[in-house]
Each structure stands twice: as C-alpha cells, then as structure tokens.
Design a protein around this ligand. Structure first.
Ligand code: ZN
Length: 126
C-alpha cells in the first residue's frame, strides 16, 4: 500500500516561508516564477532538481523530508541551511500539485516494477 506521495509530505507556501525566512523566501519566489527550477524529480525519497542561478551551470539541489525536519543541500557557495535555490525547489513542490502528482506517480511506477498503473482516485476500494 503506498500513500499519495510515497512519504513526501505536501508543503504549503507558509511552510516554505517559515523554513527559509523572509529574505530567502522572496528570492526563492523570484527563482520559482522565472522558471529557474529545472527537472524536479524524486529519487530515493529525496526531492531533487537543478536550479539555474547566476552561474552558467545550474546548482544541484536536494531536499530530504525527515519526520521532524527538512534537510536540504545545494552546491552553491551560499548554502547554509536553506538557500534561495532550495527555497525555489520547495516552492515548486508547494505550488504545483500537478508536479506533486506526476512525481508521486513516477515514483510509484518506478517502485512497483511490472505492475499495471492502477487509478488512484478512489480512496475506498469498493
Ligand atoms: Zn543554493
């Protein structure tokens, strides 16, 4: 039995604000709106993406959802805990439920090798 997001919890914009603080949050919003978050995906229960920053090569960003905390990493020189690149990825996750569904289902499909993809709309199996 798999849950909706295979252990990756939904996140609200408020959550991202609390996690990142006002300054990083504002910058993250700009990155998110500019489409700087490239190829968001799930691997091994971590949320991964490349985020296009000021440098030509995009930064590698990953976010892991532990039970009580969100652990992030980014290869930019400013990364301390949650930098703006991490924030932009979190905003992508928070905003885009289509991405959440696509990621969750691709994650499920990868986990359940061989099985046909069952529709997941009905909560109660009649
Ligand atoms: Zn960064």
């Amino acid at each position: 039995m798999s849950t909706a997001h295979d252990g990756l919890p939904p996140l609200s914009e408020d959550d991202v604000y609390r996690l990142c603080g006002p300054t990083v949050y504002q910058r993250a919003q700009r990155y998110y709106r500019n489409g700087a978050v490239l190829r968001p995906r799930i691997e091994d229960a971590a949320l991964l993406a490349e985020v296009q920053g000021s440098r030509r090569k995009p930064y590698q960003v990953s976010v892991t959802f532990a039970p009580d905390q969100i652990v992030s990493s980014c290869d930019c020189p400013y990364w301390a805990e949650h930098c703006k690149h991490v924030g932009a990825l979190l905003l992508t996750w928070a905003h885009d439920h289509a991405i959440q569904r696509a990621l969750a289902s691709s994650c499920r499909a990868a986990a359940a090798t061989g099985g046909p993809d069952r529709p997941s709309r009905g909560i109660a199996a009649a």
